[in-house]
Ligand binder design. Structure first.
Ligand SMILES: [Zn+2]
Length: 403
């Protein structure tokens, strides 16, 4: 009862005493009516407030339910315990996914110091990836030997040649029956745990694809690791007017078609897109000469086509794009493979959600960090054999943390 109601009640009592019974009854009746009216006026909002709170609770429940659905959708395919891939296994608990799609572009023999002076100025690599993401031209290193098979096996299998045995371009998969000087740490009996197989062992529905025009990649494809790739596309540079140049264009065309179809329609995917003609041009005309710089401009356009494909299906904010090389090359020579900075330093670019923009790596990163970074961002686990680690310096703080 409010102070006003109490006041009226007291007045009525006084009047009933002063003016007699009839007036008293009337006044008491009026007072009761007044109290009822005042109470109705004072508290009409209570049921509305309750309704609002109820609505809020319902909304919160709805949000919670939707959030749980989303989280479960993401986690559903990750909640797999230590899965074995031919004895590989994976490390520790699953992590949250930051992205569901990774596009990894590999450019053979791309020397960082020669990207800026290309015939086009390399706007796609330097601006659309570099300015929009995290990169380095000086702090990323490949492995020794600084040649292609060691470089790419290290990149895709996250282990150095001392672990894989892939010490030269003549290396072929020993589990297919060839004899190699160095036995893979995982043995000769079964495939190494490379990126595609490691993904499939945890997330069979994740689409894996590799587009390449260097035939050596069959050692890491379906022929060597059965079932690891949904799309295993080889563009043969042989018998063409412009060899690897024509093959690179075919790679871009096919990758663009695939990405436009796959990114919007699949729950998750990991695609590797490889271009071989920069290396071929270096061998033919010399690293960083005019022909090489023209070719870097050409491959930059092909990179642009891949980035356009991601933009065209409105997936730019949902895809981690990585770009790397396997080695550089010595300026003034037509070779690489030397144990020097010119061959060892490679370019490294990352762009995507939770990746710093226009940031340069201050701490060394390595090509064996590529696959672990891709899987980490996808919420998948690295193989227990892998030596590389996620490039956390590129992550916008606070860094994505394990569940
Ligand atoms: Zn190479």
């Amino acid at each position: 009862m409010t102070t006003l109601n109490l006041f009226w009640f007291v007045i009525c009592l006084i009047k009933s005493v002063v003016f007699g019974k009839m007036k008293t009854l009337l006044l008491i009746t009026l007072t009761i009516l007044a109290v009822i009216c005042l109470r109705l006026e004072a508290f009409p909002r209570r049921p509305k407030l309750n309704q609002i709170m109820l609505n809020r609770l319902n909304e919160d429940s709805l949000r919670t339910t939707e959030l749980e659905k989303l989280l479960n959708k993401i986690k559903g395919k990750r909640d797999i315990p230590n899965v074995k891939l031919d004895g590989s296994g994976v490390q520790s608990k699953p992590k949250n996914a930051i992205v569901n799609h990774v596009v990894h572009i590999g450019i053979d023999g791309l020397k960082p110091a020669c990207i800026t002076n290309s015939s086009t100025g390399s706007p796609n690599i330097l601006h659309r990836l570099g300015k929009m993401g995290t990169s380095t031209m000086v702090n990323a290193r490949t492995t020794i030997q600084t040649v292609s098979a060691p470089g790419w096996s290290t990149t895709l299998c996250a282990m150095a040649p001392t672990s894989t045995g892939a010490i030269s371009n003549s290396w072929t998969a020993p589990w297919l029956g060839t004899t190699q000087d160095i036995t893979p740490v995982t043995g000769n009996a079964h495939p190494m745990p490379c990126v595609f197989g490691t993904i499939k062992s945890q997330s069979p529905d994740t689409k894996t694809a590799a587009f390449y025009d260097w035939s050596w990649f069959v050692n890491l494809g379906n022929k060597s690791i059965p079932g690891s790739l949904d799309v295993d596309y080889f563009a043969n540079p042989g018998g063409r007017d412009n060899g690897y140049g024509d093959a690179d264009e075919e790679i871009a065309t096919e990758a663009v078609k695939y990405l436009k179809a796959t990114l919007p329609s699949s729950q998750s995917s990991y695609s590797f897109v490889y271009f071989g003609n920069v290396d071929e041009t270096g061998h033919g005309y010399g690293w960083c000469g005019p022909e090489y710089e023209t070719e870097v401009g050409t491959v930059d356009k092909l990179v642009g086509q891949v980035l356009d494909a991601i933009d065209d299906v409105n997936m730019t904010s949902q895809v981690l794009v990585m770009l790397s090389a396997d080695h550089g090359g010595d300026v003034g020579t037509k070779s690489h493979g030397f144990q020097d900075d010119q061959c060892l330093i490679i370019p490294m670019f990352l762009r995507g959600p939770m990746i710093k923009r226009d940031y340069k790596f201050q701490v060394e990163v390595r090509n064996e960090d590529m696959a672990p970074t891709g899987l980490y961002m996808m919420g998948l686990l690295p193989s227990v054999w892998w030596k590389g680690k996620p490039m956390t310096e590129a992550f916008i703080p606070p860094p994505p943390s394990p569940v």
